[in-house]
Design a protein around this ligand. Structure first.
Ligand code: NAI
Ligand code: SF4
Length: 417
């Protein structure tokens, strides 16, 4: 496949082609190269007491670093919550990247596992974690080898105590990316989400306070420290702050992970980074946050894409998995497909999600839709599901009902109510 430009942060326009690869052929930055470029300097400064946790937290706050797994929770605040609790504490990194359309963490791990590991170790240091767990999705077998080798390099170099980093494999369940289900899975149990509160920051792994962060979130820490909070925060557009790794797919000429300013609009993203749409395609709509972030129409392609900017329009950026749909896509099929995905991946623990997803799927297969019935069912699922899966499952359908009535009518679908 195409060769890759390394995703340095200077390369705001850097394009990473994430096309097919052979697991044995992943070229990653080895420890010696990473260290030669100053890598693990931050970790050394932390361990030697040259940097305090407070200073680093202030930097992350000023940089506006937020949870890039999708929820956007301020990173420094998570550290603060976990540090408030009495030890022992743990740190667990969520590398179970399972959101449809999301493939950015894979790119960070493939290119620079040590930058990620340094960020993870700094996070573990910040909460004085007993151990650092990494939960890697099993569909990334090549990355399992990369991480194993990178951790081995660290142990051999004496930069980390043997067995301090514990690498675990998922087993293909989407729900195990939900943080409390991930923790259950790490404990050797079936991956079923827990009720919150308590949050994992209070009672997580082995019932101890646990810092759970996404791969990309921690991978930014060494770079933000090196280049400064202002540098990172200053990269946004349309009044937003920071950079986002958009997993761009669908009807664009150049799909891939594009590092772009937070707050960029869909139209700008497609034109400046995605190479435009293929000939003969007209924008019909887009999924701003994979399967979970709703379905927005072409008329909403000029909204800044970021946390907090899409809610009022019925969308959510989540992990920034932008899927571009054209007039040649059957949007009803798209919504039905996503619902089938959620029904399949529901852990079955709570009724509104287990029954609701199946029920909605059966309603979608009819040639006449009752919008009030679909909306009532959606409301129950959003209000009463235990976790984000059931709460987000109705989003694509709600999007269709809200903004795509004309398209549905053109498909001879009767929508009543
Ligand atoms: P959330 O907003 O409920 O929680 C976000 C984080 O903040 C969690 O770690 C939570 O423990 C913490 N938190 C929130 N309030 C807290 C408090 N008062 N005290 C301590 N900690 C607190 O969101 P959730 O359900 O964890 O994640 C949903 C997101 O995940 C969605 O945006 C979705 O897009 C994304 N997602 C990403 C996937 C991926 O593959 N990257 C897969 C599926 C969903
Ligand atoms: Fe399981 Fe769905 Fe309930 Fe989440 S909402 S706990 S996935 S049944």
């Amino acid at each position: 496949h195409h060769h890759v430009l390394y995703a340095t942060a200077e390369g705001v326009k850097a394009v990473i082609d994430t096309g097919h690869y052979h697991p044995e052929a992943i070229l990653w930055q080895r420890l010696a190269d990473y260290r030669a470029a100053g890598g693990y300097g931050l970790l050394a400064d932390c361990h030697a007491g040259r940097i305090t946790v407070e200073t680093l937290m202030q930097t992350l706050e000023a940089a506006n670093l937020r949870g890039l797994g999708g929820a956007g929770f301020p990173t420094f605040k998570k550290w603060y919550f976990v540090r408030q609790e009495t030890g022992p504490r743990y740190c667990a990194i969520n590398a179970d990247e399972g959101e449809p359309g999301t493939f950015k963490d894979r790119v960070y791990l493939e290119r620079s596992p040590h930058r990620f590991l340094e960020g993870a170790l700094v996070s573990a240091w910040a909460v004085e974690a007993e151990a650092l767990y990494i939960y890697l999705r099993d569909e990334y077998p090549g990355l399992h080898r990369v991480l194993r080798e990178a951790i081995g390099e660290l142990e051999t170099a004496g930069l980390v105590a043997p067995d301090y980093i514990i690498l675990r494999r998922g087993a293909g369940a989407y729900i195990c990316g939900e943080e409390s289900a991930m923790i259950e899975s790490l404990e050797g149990k079936p991956g079923k989400p827990r009720h919150r509160p308590p949050y994992v920051a209070q009672r997580g792994l082995f019932d101890c306070p646990t810092l759970v962060n996404n791969v990309e979130t921690v991978a930014w820490i060494p770079l933000i420290w090196e280049k400064g909070a202002d540098w990172f925060a200053g990269q946004g557009r349309h009044g937003r702050k920071g950079l986002r790794s958009f997993s761009l797919s669908g009807r664009v000429k150049r799909p891939g992970v594009h590092l772009a300013p937070a707050g960029i609009t869909l139209n700008e993203l497609i034109e400046e980074y995605g190479g435009g749409m293929p000939e003969g395609h007209r924008l019909a709509g887009y999924l701003p946050g994979g399967a979970s972030g709703g379905l927005l129409p072409a008329s909403k392609a000029d909204i800044p894409l970021d946390f907090d900017t899409l809610q009022e329009h019925g969308g959510f950026i989540g992990s920034a998995a932008v899927i571009v749909l054209s007039d040649q896509d059957d949007l009803r099929d798209v919504a039905t497909n996503l619902l089938a995905f959620f029904a399949d991946e529901s852990c079955g623990q709570c009724t509104p999600c287990r029954v609701g997803t199946e029920k909605m799927l059966s309603l979608l297969e009819r040639d006449e839709w009752q919008s009030d019935e679909l909306e009532r069912l959606s409301q129950v699922m959003m209000d009463a599901s235990i976790c984000g899966l059931g709460q987000a499952a109705p989003n694509p359908v709600l999007g269709l009902l809200k903004d795509f009535r004309g398209e549905l009518a053109a498909q001879n679908l009767i929508v009543k109510g």
